[in-house]
Design a protein around this ligand. Structure first.
Ligand SMILES: CCCC/C=C/CC(=O)SCCNC(=O)CCNC(=O)[C@H](O)C(C)(C)COP(=O)(O)OP(=O)(O)OC[C@H]1O[C@@H](n2cnc3c(N)ncnc32)[C@H](O)[C@@H]1OP(=O)(O)O
Length: 381
């Protein structure tokens, strides 16, 4: 076992020991990704020194030696991060990956044995969602990682239920996030492939009603609603972000609304919220011309509130959310309602108009052809 030392002073950090495996080159990409996911489950804040070490190992493992200009002396935070990364210059990427995995393992085991805790009392049973309430936060997690969290018709219904429940429970804020490597790949394209009883027109009309209720649940949501965008986001999972109060994204997340590529048209009130947030020209690039934007670009456009490094995303964001959830709940809800009430009526009208247009689109040759193409050729967007 080796002590973890302070990135710039070299002094040992008390209480945290690194279990080296003896096979320094051994960590697979899967081990690395698992460690990354485990980082978000830590209950105790490991402290700034350890967080710096985690940051530095992550950068070294994923990008190799530090190659960015040194921040100015007064930029304390970025300078500390830069120093920590720079100090690993001679460590190979494989070795950094192994040290990262070992460090996270040490932190997890320092928290004691993983007791099989029963789900929180308020956990609700859903097929494709994980919904929990803890520390004043109700978390609604898309949970179909094997299908990149694509939203099935049943899942829309579950999401509506989960949002209604979260709006009334005793939590202070509500968070939406995804399981696995994607936030959400949008509408499950299988939703349009079956031949339903009642014919295709009825299917389009029923899907339109469902979508309208889904988007309505966001428009009317009474408490602060925060998206924790843990990976790529597509389609309807991007458009409704304009109805969230805060959107935090990991650095590698992307935002893509390929509607015209799919023969469809915008929803989630994005035909109104996107031009309002980012201006017509930028909104058109996304909504008409399928432009996929990075997390940093989305932040510059105003769709994302803040972007965090992949390595520290979960710990930084959840620390912040837990602090938000300690604020006075009524004050938060009332302030949100003041902000939202000015445009609620407008948003409902936009939702109705978008759904009306989409029902026509779903019956169009352009849309059917695009969906067939996805399943035949599986083009990657
Ligand atoms: C009723 C309300 C309607 C509301 C309307 C909303 C409009 C939208 O949301 S439009 C956006 C729709 N989404 C897409 O078009 C995305 C389609 N998917 C892809 O382009 C790729 O799968 C993706 C880039 C998301 C991921 O690519 P990869 O990382 O290469 O993974 P795979 O393609 O191998 O995906 C794994 C697995 O998941 C299935 N998948 C992913 N997304 C969807 C989806 N949206 N619908 C259906 N299935 C999806 C994919 O087919 C793979 O399945 P298997 O082959 O069975 O493993």
């Amino acid at each position: 076992m080796a002590n973890i030392s302070h990135p710039s002073t070299g002094a040992s950090i008390p209480g945290v020991q690194l279990h080296t495996t003896g096979a320094l080159m051994g960590a697979s990409v899967e081990d690395f990704n698992n460690a990354k996911a485990q980082l978000g489950t830590l209950k105790k804040d490991p402290g700034n020194h350890v967080k710096l070490k985690i940051y530095a190992l992550f950068k070294q493992a994923t990008q190799g030696p530090c190659n960015t200009p040194k921040p100015g002396m007064l930029d304390f935070v970025n300078k500390a991060k830069w120093d920590a990364w720079k100090s690993l210059e001679s460590v190979s990427q494989e070795e950094a990956r192994q040290q990262y995995v070992d460090l996270i393992k040490s932190l997890v085991s320092a928290e004691g044995p993983a007791v099989a805790t029963p789900p929180p009392e308020s956990a609700q049973a859903f097929q494709s969602l994980l919904v929990t309430t803890e520390d004043g936060i109700t978390t609604i997690r898309f949970n179909r990682p094997e299908k990149k969290n694509a939203i099935t018709l049943d899942m829309y219904k579950e999401l509506i239920d989960a949002l209604h429940h979260a709006g009334k429970d005793d939590s202070v804020i509500t968070v939406m996030t995804g399981s696995g490597d994607f936030y959400c790949s949008g509408n499950d394209l299988n939703n349009f492939t079956g031949i339903p009883q009642g014919g295709i027109e009825k299917m389009a009309k029923d899907s339109g009603e469902l979508l309208k209720h889904y988007v309505k649940a966001y428009i009317d949501f009474p408490k602060p609603l925060i998206a924790v965008v843990n990976g790529p986001a597509l389609g309807v999972s991007v458009t409704v972000l304009g109805l969230f109060d805060v959107v935090y994204a990991t650095e590698s997340a992307t935002f893509h609304t390929p509607f015209s590529q799919l023969g469809q048209s915008p929803e989630g009130c994005s035909s109104y919220t996107f031009p309002k947030i980012m201006g017509n020209a930028k909104a058109s690039e996304m909504l008409l011309f399928n432009k996929k934007v990075t997390a940093t670009e989305a932040c510059n456009l105003g769709l994302v509130t803040e972007v965090f490094p992949d390595g520290s995303f979960q710990s930084e964001v959840w620390t912040r959310l837990k602090a938000y959830a300690k604020l006075p709940p009524k004050s938060l809800a009332l302030s949100k309602q003041l902000i939202r009430s000015k445009e609620k009526e407008k948003l409902h009208a936009v939702n109705d108009a978008e759904v009306e247009r989409l029902i026509e689109r779903w019956l169009s040759d352009e849309c059917m052809q695009a969906i067939m193409n996805f399943f035949q050729a599986k083009p990657k967007l």
